[in-house]
Design a protein around this ligand. Structure first.
Ligand code: HEC
Length: 193
């Protein structure tokens, strides 16, 4: 009888241990749905689409092409040289896709934010993303981010919100699209990457 009881105790102990292990493991692997939906809300409310999703002409005028959601300036879109420098109060111009921007900084192209490992943010960590926004430099050590990326405004977000945005971006459909590097202003040597 005593032996039976101790076997019972051992079995119960094993069950507890196994369920604890299972809970920890599943907690780690399960994407945090609350964080992801907060990120989705922030991305839609802030309007990352306006620059990072190529616009196309729709029945009611230009609209984001959702098949290329947040994939940045299309690699196959060959643009003529940007118009000559604007005059007076006009400072720049942008392509019909809203993904290429010309101004005193040269020409900038909005980047691929989808989780593609080669051409998007698939290889980025949450820390890479937060550091890029907080410092205004790619990964905190690369070149300065160019206009019109509104990172000075995004720096007002909490770490929690930036984590949520990154978590959501990692769940959107992968689009392979290699965005061109920026073109420096005429007469200026290319900046180190
Ligand atoms: C007004 C236009 C605009 C808006 C709105 C915008 N971006 Fe950008 N973003 C850009 C441009 C242009 C670049 C490229 C800048 C460069 O090459 O230096 C960029 C670059 C980035 C980068 C750097 C990626 C890399 O590979 O270096 C990240 C990350 C980013 N944007 C995230 C976001 C997120 C997230 C949002 C919305 C919360 C957003 N952006 C909204 C214009 C915009």
């Amino acid at each position: 009888m005593r032996r039976l009881r101790s076997i019972g105790l051992v079995l119960a102990g094993c069950c507890l241990l196994l369920s604890a292990l299972f809970l920890t493991a599943s907690g780690k692997d399960k994407p945090d749905q609350k964080l992801i939906s907060r990120g989705k809300y922030l991305v839609s409310a802030i309007g990352c689409n306006d620059c990072h999703t190529p616009f196309k002409m729709g029945p009611k005028g230009p609209e984001p092409d959702m098949t290329r959601f947040l994939s940045g300036h299309p690699q196959d879109m060959v643009l003529p040289p940007a118009p000559a420098a604007a005059h007076g109060s006009w400072i720049g111009s942008f392509a019909a896709t809203m993904t290429a921007w010309a101004g005193p900084w040269g020409v900038s192209f909005t980047r691929n934010l989808t989780p593609d490992k080669e051409t998007g943010l698939g290889d980025w960590t949450e820390q890479n993303f937060i550091t890029t926004i907080r410092t205004g430099k790619r990964m905190g050590k690369g070149r300065d981010l160019l206009p019109p990326m509104p990172f000075p405004a995004f720096q007002n977000m909490t770490d929690g919100d930036l984590k949520a945005i990154f978590a959501y971006l990692q769940t959107i459909p992968v689009v392979k699209n290699k965005v061109p590097e920026p073109i420096p202003p005429a007469g200026t040597p290319a900046e180190a990457k």
